[in-house]
Design a protein around this ligand. Structure first.
Ligand SMILES: N[C@@H](CCC(=O)N[C@@H](CS)C(=O)NCC(=O)O)C(=O)O
Length: 219
C-alpha cells in the first residue's frame, strides 16, 4: 500500500494519475497549505523540502520518495510499466521527463506567480516566464508532430507534462497554432485514469485554503 501526500496542484496530480494508471492501491493524505501541514516536523521526515507530492511505500519498509519525477520513476520501475525497458527508449522517456521537471514546471510555475499572485505587477517578469513557457510548448509541439506520445509510447513523461500544460489558460500562455500539442492534450484528457487522477484530492471551496496555496506559490 502506498501513502500519497498531495494537494490539488499539477505536481500532485502527476502522482495521482500515475497511481490510477498503474491500478495501485493508495491512501490519500491531502495536506493543507493554509495550515502549513507541508512544513510540519512529521512531514519533513518524509520530504525534507516541505512540499507536495511525496509517497511512502508501506510494502517496502516505509520507503519515502519525494520530488514528483523521482516518484514517477520509482512507481514505473516497481511495476515495469509506463517506462520503456530498452536503454534507448528509457532514455528518451527520461529526457522528456527531465524537460518537464527542469523546464515547463519551473517556468510555468513562475508564470503563474507573476501573472496571478505576486503583489506587484512586474510586466517584465510576466513576459519573461510566459514567453519561455510558450517556447517550451513549441518544443513539445514539434516533438508531437512526429510521435503520438512524448516517448513514442505512453509513459511517465506524458503524465508529468499534462497536468502543467492543461493549465495554459490560467498561466496566460496561448496554445494557438500548436495543433499537435492540442491533439495530445485531447488524447490525454480522454484517458479515464487521467480523469480520475485529476480529482485527487477532492477539491475544497474553502477560500482560506486557496489563499494559503497562493501564498505558498509566491515564495
Ligand atoms: N520539484 C518539486 C516541486 C514541488 C512543489 O513545488 N510543490 C508545490 C505544489 S505544486 C508545493 O508543495 N508548494 C507548497 C510550498 O511551497 O510550501 C516536485 O516536482 O515534486
Amino acid at each position: 500500500m502506498i501513502d500519497l501526500y498531495t494537494a490539488a496542484t499539477p505536481n500532485g496530480h502527476k502522482v495521482s494519475i500515475v497511481l490510477e494508471e498503474l491500478g495501485l492501491p493508495y491512501t490519500v493524505h491531502a495536506l493543507s497549505f493554509d495550515k502549513k501541514e507541508q512544513k510540519s516536523p512529521d512531514f519533513l521526515k518524509i520530504n525534507p523540502n516541505g512540499r507536495i507530492p511525496a509517497i511512502v511505500d508501506r510494502a517496502n519498509g516505509d520507503f519515502a520518495v519525494f520530488e514528483s519525477g523521482a516518484i514517477l520513476i520509482y512507481l514505473a520501475e516497481m511495476t515495469g510499466k509506463l517506462l520503456p525497458a530498452d536503454p534507448k527508449g528509457r532514455s528518451v522517456a527520461l529526457q522528456w521527463l527531465m524537460f518537464q521537471m527542469g523546464g515547463i514546471g519551473p517556468m510555468q510555475g513562475q508564470a503563474n506567480v507573476f501573472f496571478r499572485y505576486f503583489p506587484e505587477k512586474l510586466q517584465g517578469a510576466i513576459d519573461r516566464y510566459q514567453h519561455e513557457t510558450r517556447r517550451l510548448y513549441e518544443v513539445l509541439d514539434t516533438r508531437l508532430q512526429d510521435v503520438e506520445y512524448l516517448a513514442g509510447e505512453y509513459s511517465i513523461a506524458d503524465i508529468a507534462t499534462f497536468p502543467w500544460v492543461r493549465g495554459y489558460e490560467w498561466s496566460g500562455v496561448p496554445v494557438d497554432g500548436l495543433t499537435a500539442l492540442q491533439r495530445w492534450m485531447a488524447t490525454m484528457e480522454a484517458r479515464p485514469a487521467v480523469q480520475r487522477g485529476l480529482l485527487i484530492p477532492e477539491r475544497t471551496d474553502d477560500e482560506s485554503v486557496v489563499k494559503g496555496a497562493q501564498a505558498m506559490l509566491i515564495r
